[in-house]
Ligand binder design. Structure first.
Ligand code: SF4
Length: 308
């Protein structure tokens, strides 16, 4: 390391020694008694040094009073440049500001809240732009196209604020309006894909529920099909006992409430009792003395049985 480099990184001696001058300046700027210990100095440049003092105000924990002093070349007098309160490494700071549109999370919208959609929202695209421009091989004749263009020009003259939202009579947009299928904006390809990815993540085949399911939704009786291109991969679950009830589910999703895969166990039926009342079985009160286990009926017992 050269001597010049060493010199350039060393704080100016006179400025570094001007701690009392810096403290006096800091105390003048701060409230009385809030400037604490000298915590160090920082070389800002040639003959420019900032002295740091602890801030004793309870609301500014970790902040420091910074008094910058300097002197002119070949001058012996050090003067004060500025005094500011700066956050130190342990200062309590507010979180970095984030725009509301980035802070917003699904579920934040409450009743009565309005969520504006940007004009250039990538999830949407114009619903009817270009609808009235006939393609080269369209059935609309060039004369008719010119007529429609003339009508449009007549209607859309003037500044944007006075533009008419009513489509010209006879145009495709007008017919679409009459049929109730015209929307200013519709889902763009990007919006469609991002929705599909989101639904796939929440109720898709890679979720633990689907992995443990006995069968996929595509074969479940509770799956309600949806229209459009999304209907090729998604449907709506209509099983109130499923965690996905009322949600869009992937056809490859599944849960334990699948209508067919889980069969209810049948209640076991006991065998019908056998009752034989067509004959009398004699049952001796005592076993016969001369035989093993087969008891014999005595004459008295037989007589008693006959009278009873
Ligand atoms: S009940 Fe389960 S398997 Fe059936 S559609 Fe709903 S989520 Fe899919």
């Amino acid at each position: 390391m050269s001597a010049a480099t060493t010199r350039s990184r060393t704080p100016d001696r006179l400025c570094a020694e001007a701690v009392d001058l810096a403290r006096a300046a800091a105390e003048e700027a701060a409230a009385p008694g809030v400037v604490g210990e000298h915590e160090g100095l920082v070389r800002e440049g040639d003959r420019v040094v900032t002295h740091l003092f602890a801030c004793k105000e309870p609301g500014y924990r970790g902040w420091r009073w910074a008094a910058t002093v300097a002197r002119a070349s070949r001058a012996k007098v050090v003067t004060v440049d500025e005094v500011v309160l700066l956050p130190g490494p342990d200062a309590v700071l507010a979180p970095e500001w984030v725009p509301w549109s980035e802070r917003l999370r699904p579920g934040d919208l409450g009743p009565g809240d309005l969520l504006p959609t940007e004009a250039d929202d990538l999830r949407l695209e114009p619903g009817y732009s270009g609808a009235d421009e006939p393609t080269p091989n369209a059935a609309v004749s060039p004369d008719m196209a010119e007529l429609v263009e003339a009508e449009d020009a007549e209607v859309t003259e003037g500044p944007p604020a006075s533009l008419s939202t009513v489509p010209s009579r006879g145009s495709i947009a007008s017919v679409a309006e009459e049929l109730g299928v015209r929307r200013a904006r519709v889902l763009s390809r990007y919006g469609l894909h991002s929705s599909a990815d989101r639904w796939e993540g929440a109720f898709g085949p890679r979720t633990p529920m689907a992995q443990a399911a006995p069968a996929p939704c595509v074969s479940c009786g509770f799956l309600t099909p949806i229209g459009g291109s999304l209907g090729q991969a998604f449907g709506v679950c209509a099983n109130e006992f499923s965690p996905a009830d009322g949600r869009v589910v992937s056809l490859a999703y599944g849960c334990g409430a699948h209508s067919e895969a889980a069969v209810m166990p049948k209640t076991p039926q006991p065998a019908p009792p056998v009752v034989d009342e067509t004959r009398v079985d004699p049952f001796p009160l005592r076993p016969a003395p001369d035989s093993g286990s087969v008891p014999a009926v005595t004459d008295e017992e037989s007589a008693e049985l006959g009278h009873s």
